[in-house]
Design a protein around this ligand. Structure first.
Ligand SMILES: *[C@@H]1O[C@H](CO)[C@@H](O)[C@H](O)[C@H]1NC(C)=O
Ligand SMILES: *[C@@H]1O[C@H](CO)[C@@H](O)[C@H](O)[C@H]1NC(C)=O
Length: 407
């Protein structure tokens, strides 16, 4: 029963953010609650308890994660901010914490990942879960975000589910206020980083009757946004949460949330242009003596992407990208030096050199990695010496792979 009592208290006080100074919001909320039938009130309380429990678990998990990673500076900052704004934070019913996304678990373990996260608002934001901000609520409240001490970054939620600001004009008296604030401009893409966006307040049939202070927005991995809210220019203005964007929280990682009309949103699977695969491996099944301008590796074992020509012995890069090549030989001679060169676009770029004074034999393998444009020509020249191979030894070889395709 004690838990229920606490939950009721939190549920009541959670509305207090944004309420105008003169309005006693607790009274408003009390009046509202009592107005409801008992069953509805009980259901609301149970729901609140559930959501609190869920939040508690999340918080505990995150706390453990934090301790493990010893993100000391982040912790210190959180403590400092909660001390300064202690009262404000509690009244707002929001929680400041470091948020760990599951998408970046590799990053989490690396020191670079840690330092990148430290300043990233995608991992350091305040949860703003206030159902009255939803675009489908018509209430008698008049909230004013001018009275909120905004600090740092915020992520919008609706009953624990991720939600976005509307990018369209919202009818007046929605979002728990008189003039609902919407983002006049599209949410950014992830590669755009932090962007600044204008904010409009709808009033008296004018969608941008109030040109409110601009805010900053960032898209995060996992299809959510964080906002750096600023106090609006006047009362009663409040930031909205577009109920139609709840669907965006369910988009998969390879999807993005899209809308033509900015009213209906849906998850759309990103079309991924598959990158080309290029691999080849060929050998020369005989002996080479002295100067051979271009080794015609006639035994082709692999030729994925058809970049290698067995007739000419030339590899032609089918796409732009980073390639790695290797070429090898086996020499058996006394006093002779044997040089094989890798030739790219007529430049001799790498040598496989052997010089054996006594009668013995040695294998030699050289590799080379480079950036190539489409159509670049690569082959191997036998400049001097003697190379040995039999039909089955695979000792004089030439191969390569496309490592990264570029566009
Ligand atoms: C607003 O939309 C949510 C989600 O669809 C729904 O659960 C809620 O009942 C709606 N509220 C109103 C007042 O229509
Ligand atoms: C998107 O990811 C899901 C799993 O998260 C997978 O089942 C689906 O095949 C992927 N779609 C594309 C087009 O890659």
């Amino acid at each position: 029963m004690a838990v229920l009592a606490v939950a009721v208290f939190v549920a009541l006080s959670s509305c207090a953010v944004g309420c105008s100074g003169s309005t006693n919001s607790t009274e408003l909320m009390l009046w509202r609650m009592e107005d409801q039938p008992l069953a509805v009130r009980l259901a609301a309380v149970i729901k609140e308890v559930e959501s609190l429990r869920c939040e508690q678990t999340t918080l505990q998990q995150q706390q453990q994660q934090q301790q493990q990673q010893q993100q000391q500076s982040a912790l210190t900052q959180t403590r400092r901010s909660s001390r300064e704004d202690g009262a404000q934070e509690k009244v707002a019913g929001t929680h400041m914490f470091t948020y760990g996304s599951h998408d970046d678990e590799d990053d989490l373990r690396s020191p670079e990942g840690d330092s990148r996260r430290r300043g990233d608002p995608c991992f350091h934001y305040t949860v703003l879960d206030q159902a009255w901000r939803a675009t489908n609520t018509t209430s008698k409240f008049k909230m004013c975000d001018r009275n909120v001490k905004w600090k740092g970054w915020y992520r919008l939620f609706y009953n624990g589910k991720s939600i976005q600001m509307p990018e369209r004009c919202v009818p007046v008296n929605k979002c728990g206020t008189h003039s609902p604030l919407w983002l006049s401009g599209p949410h950014p893409k992830r590669r755009q980083g932090i962007v600044t966006r204008s904010v409009c307040g709808h009033w008296k049939k004018r969608c941008c009757a109030f040109r409110s202070n601009p805010i900053q927005v960032k898209k995060c991995r996992g299809n959510y946004f964080v906002y750096k809210f600023a106090p609006p220019t006047s009362c009663y203005l409040a930031y909205c949460a577009d109920i139609n964007t709840l669907v965006c929280g369910r988009c998969r990682r390879n999807q993005s949330c899209v809308s033509r009309d900015k009213i209906n949103w849906r998850c759309k699977t990103k079309r991924r242009r598959s990158s080309k695969k290029v691999h080849f491996f060929a050998s020369y099944p005989g002996q080479l003596l002295g100067k051979v301008n271009r080794i015609k590796y006639s035994k082709v074992l692999v030729n994925v992407g058809r970049g290698f020509n067995r007739r000419t012995g030339v590899f032609k890069a089918p796409v732009k990208g980073v390639y790695q090549f290797f070429f090898s030989t086996q020499t058996a001679n006394s006093g002779l030096k044997t040089d094989l060169w890798l030739v790219i676009n007529s430049y001799w770029v790498a040598v496989s050199h052997t010089h054996i004074p006594r009668r013995s034999s040695a294998g030699s393998l050289s590799t080379y990695m480079t950036f190539l444009r489409r159509g670049a020509k690569v082959y191997v020249t036998h400049n001097c010496g003697r190379s040995w191979a039999s039909a089955s030894s695979t000792t004089i070889t030439f191969g390569g792979s496309l490592l990264v395709q570029m566009r």
